[in-house]
Design a protein around this ligand. Structure first.
Ligand SMILES: [Zn+2]
Ligand SMILES: [Zn+2]
Length: 372
């Protein structure tokens, strides 16, 4: 799906236009306005995904460069409308009373989890086709034992006695009243008497997780994949962050990548270059026979159409260019030298004289050569 199309905006839409387009769609397809309509709900979610990407300059640049292929969605992004409002409450704040706004500005409002980074290594041939790799990440997750509340099972956090659950206290200083974070509960609004033994009352734990990452065909060193929802868990029902995986492609002595094209080399002998030949060439998909035309010049780049990398954007494919190397023999046997000299003679080419006594010595060792 094309995020610009979903929001009905042009590729160079300004942030204001993106926000406006999203707001209109979100209001139109909001589940409360379309009770029971799966279609409206789907459109509402898609608009949120498109908005999340296009409203963030970094994500938008990423999307423009790599297309949707670079975006992957983890398990739990946007289960329902409330998730979406927890994430984008800001842009609706003038429409949905002050409640959303004041809730967000308080330290107890939902907080999106942090984005995480990781990397994955693939080899040159793997980068030409899509592949799957396992990576292990460590993220901050909500503690499962206490459902993130920090209190031991069967007990509840208690309302903070100092701030009465507000998380902040008001102090009067002369004419002014100053609101500051409650020193007892540090803004949480409650205190925990019986702490959960898994998270020591923090409600959050470090979690090791193995993920299968799908790497799109055509990925190159530096390609960044965004796996939605696999960053740190959000806090207070905020959505999770994303995981950004940078791809590293190892080198291959046989190939070099230039854009979506592949460059390789083939060596032919002098005679093969002059007369033409058929050689086996390594491509990204294996060996292939290829005709080298008669009279090919050293350094010529022969094109094998469509044997390059698929574009990571999902359409189009590069070519393979095979650079021809001509091997000039360092040594010739006497018969070869004789023919070369004859060749030079016919074409009236000036060449060095043979080493003195060459033919005499040669004839002594090979008495029957003169018959040829
Ligand atoms: Zn307190
Ligand atoms: Zn816990």
């Amino acid at each position: 799906m094309d995020y610009y199309e979903i929001l009905g905006i042009s590729k160079n839409a300004q942030p204001d236009a993106i926000k406006k387009a999203y707001r209109l769609l979100a209001l139109k397809f909001h589940p409360d306005k379309n009770p029971g309509s799966k279609e409206a709900e789907e459109k509402f979610k898609r608009a949120a995904i498109a908005y999340e990407v296009l409203s963030n300059p970094e994500k938008r640049r990423h999307y423009d460069t790599y297309g949707e292929q670079g975006q992957q969605f983890g398990g739990n992004q946007y289960r329902d409308a409330n998730d979406i409002f927890a994430n984008f409450g800001d842009i609706f704040s003038d429409l949905f009373s002050q409640a959303a706004q004041s809730q967000r500005s308080s330290s107890r409002s939902p907080k999106r989890g942090a984005d995480l980074t990781s990397s994955v290594e693939i080899n040159f041939l793997e980068s030409a086709a899509s592949c799957e790799k396992e990576i292990i990440i460590e993220k901050e997750a909500s503690c499962a034992s206490c459902a993130g509340r920090g209190a031991k099972k069967g007990t509840d956090p208690e309302i903070c006695t100092q701030c009465k659950g507000k998380g902040s206290i008001i102090r009067s200083q002369g004419f002014f009243s100053i609101s500051s974070t409650c020193p007892k509960c540090l803004g949480a609004g409650n205190t925990i008497q019986h702490k959960c033994s898994d998270c020591f009352g923090y409600g959050r734990i470090r979690l090791k997780k193995t993920l299968k990452i799908k790497i799109p065909a055509g990925a190159f060193s530096g390609t960044k994949l965004r796996i939605q929802g696999e960053g740190d868990d959000g806090e207070r029902k905020g959505p999770p962050g994303d995981l950004i995986v940078e791809v590293n492609v190892t080198k291959d002595s046989r190939f070099r990548r230039e854009g979506n094209d592949v460059v390789s080399k083939v060596s032919v002998t002098m005679a093969q270059a002059v007369l033409g030949t058929r050689v086996e060439i390594e491509t990204l998909k294996g060996q292939e026979f290829f005709d080298i035309p008669k009279g090919v010049q050293p350094g010529t780049k022969l094109k094998l159409g469509g044997r390059g990398f698929p574009s990571i954007k999902g359409y189009g494919r590069g070519d393979q260019f095979v650079e021809v190397e001509v091997i000039i023999p360092l040594k010739l046997n006497p018969r070869q030298e004789e023919i070369m000299r004859e060749f030079a003679g016919i074409s009236a080419e000036l060449v060095n004289r043979p080493v003195a006594g060459f033919f005499q010595r040669f004839r002594r060792k090979n008495p029957d050569v003169s018959k040829h």
